[in-house]
Design a protein around this ligand. Sequence first.
Ligand code: SIN
Length: 285
Amino acid sequence: MHGEVKPTDAALGAELRGLDLSKPLTSLEVELIKQAWLDHSVLLFRGQDLDDDALIQFSKNFGKLELSPASASATAGGQVHSQPEIWIISNVVEDGQPIGALGDKEADWHTDMSYVDEPPMGSILYSLEVPKVGGNTSFGNMYKAYEKLPAVLRDAARELTCRHDSSTTSVGETRVGFEGVWDVRDAPGAVHPMVRVHPETGGLALYLGRRRNAYVPGLELEDSEDLLDELWGHCTKPEFTWTHRWAKGDLVMWDNRCVIHRREAFSPRVRRVMHRTQILGDKPR
Ligand code: SIN
């Protein structure tokens, strides 16, 4: 069996060396990856050479895949559809049409699709073209953020839920079919426990989704805003995070059940093309 796990020196993340993900993996290699993923929450594989079929085959080792919104038609949602399981994250515009989502702006801290009832458990992002400067992606460890909360806040958070706004993307754009939010108490989106139990590790993790338009049902608006500001200020401290500087051929997989992430802005004059798959998940509990 190949594969060596090298943890980062930060609060989460490990590099997995010695595996060629374009080839079928043995069951032992898949088990090694699954265990490393549970242990470190984010895994990096460098120097891979994957076409979309290989990315899909690799991703299917971890569960069923979510279909991209673009899969309904050739360019629906502004994304050029290659295969239904592939989500394109890119700033590139071809023939006047963006080929992917999120453009070149900063993507605020978030958890992928936490605004649906059963959010994807993991995301796998593979880099085809990356800028020399900017566009780095940071990850935050929500187990550690929960563990290090003052006891009073930890206890309060366990009793509360949070509504995760579905109207606005992580780069601040209103999604097709939604209206802008004027009062966060009316924002659309799923309500989840503020602290979730990871179904495989049993660990407790803060589960906040994204700050924009979030609301804590049952609290006065001002109290909800203050609490969310305090929790977000805490969980995004550098001591809980790790930043990845991308090179072409890097593949990063993260566990949405216990990780938040953020993407830096980059120059509109350079190209960034990433292909992503998302592994189906269950209802947070
Ligand atoms: C995302 O926020 O899901 C995309 C991350 C990235 O583009 O690095």
